[in-house]
Design a protein around this ligand. Structure first.
Ligand SMILES: N[C@@H](CCC(=O)N[C@@H](CS)C(=O)NCC(=O)O)C(=O)O
Length: 255
């Protein structure tokens, strides 16, 4: 089985897939796209992924897109070290959580990410170039136009942080209900992998204090960072603070 992953080091969706590949010890070739330079919008890439986003997995020539779909696909083609529970009811619960995660924390985390990390790059563009860049995006056009070159306003940031907070609270409740230490109980699942990058991102942006009062989430965060697959997934350059010097200056990094 030959895997080629089109992705970006700092992309949260890519990090989900790298984590599963690493956990399953599946060797993969990595094609790194520069998202700020628009590699994901080039015609050849759009043929693979018409959404113009990463990640995209090529498995022996079969193309699979969308990170949660890719992680489920990997669990099906390589079922050893499974991330999917046995019972259909538990599987349904895991998938429902993955939908919640995509709708809430994974979507909300884009607002602080773009405002704090990517905005300076967009501010360097002329108005015309910025509009043309935004309009070339198949699924993120409106998001970028809403951010504009001045960034999302405070109300929008507060909404995103509120949505993230509700997601941490949901995690706390799920872990309590399942008995932990993972969302579904004693075994790590694709739902844990799906939410991991949002918390890693918020930690990297200096906002881990948002779940400090939630003991189960705090422990969950320590546990996921202690997984053997974590370090190869977050190789140097995967954190925004490693890539953007202006962030290192702006944020007092927690340990
Ligand atoms: N639902 C998709 C979303 C993918 C996505 O939003 N990818 C981001 C990086 S995490 C991206 O490629 N952004 C490029 C852009 O905004 O132009 C998935 O989970 O794969």
């Amino acid at each position: 089985m030959a895997f080629k992953l089109y992705n970006a080091p700092q992309s949260t969706c890519s990090q989900r897939v790298r984590f599963v590949l690493n956990a399953k010890q599946l060797p993969f070739a990595e094609v790194k796209l520069n998202l700020l330079e628009g590699d994901q919008l080039k015609p050849d890439y759009l043929k693979l992924n018409p959404n113009g986003v990463v990640p995209t997995l090529d498995h022996d020539g079969a193309v699979v897109i969308d990170s949660t779909v890719i992680t489920e696909y990997l669990d099906e083609v390589s079922p050893a070290t499974s991330f999917t529970p046995e019972s259909p009811v538990a599987r349904a619960h895991m998938r429902a959580l993955m939908h919640f995660i995509d709708e809430m924390p994974a979507a909300a985390v884009r607002v602080p990410t773009f405002n704090l990390a990517f905005l300076p790059s967009f501010q360097k563009m002329s108005r015309e170039d910025f509009i043309a860049h935004a309009e070339s995006k198949p699924i993120r056009r409106e998001f970028l136009l809403a951010m504009g070159q001045t960034g999302f306003p405070k109300a929008e940031m507060d909404n995103a942080l509120g949505r993230l907070r509700r997601a941490y609270e949901r995690m706390e409740a799920e872990i309590e209900k399942s008995g932990g230490p993972w969302l579904l109980g004693k075994d790590i699942s694709l739902a844990d992998v799906a939410v991991m990058p949002a918390l890693v991102r918020m930690h990297d942006l200096g906002m881990a204090h948002q779940w400090q009062d939630l003991p189960r989430v705090t422990k969950w965060f320590d546990n996921i960072r202690a997984q053997p697959a974590y370090t190869p997934t977050y190789y140097h350059g995967s954190l925004l603070s490693e890539r953007f010097p202006h962030l290192r200056e702006a944020i007092k990094q927690p340990t």
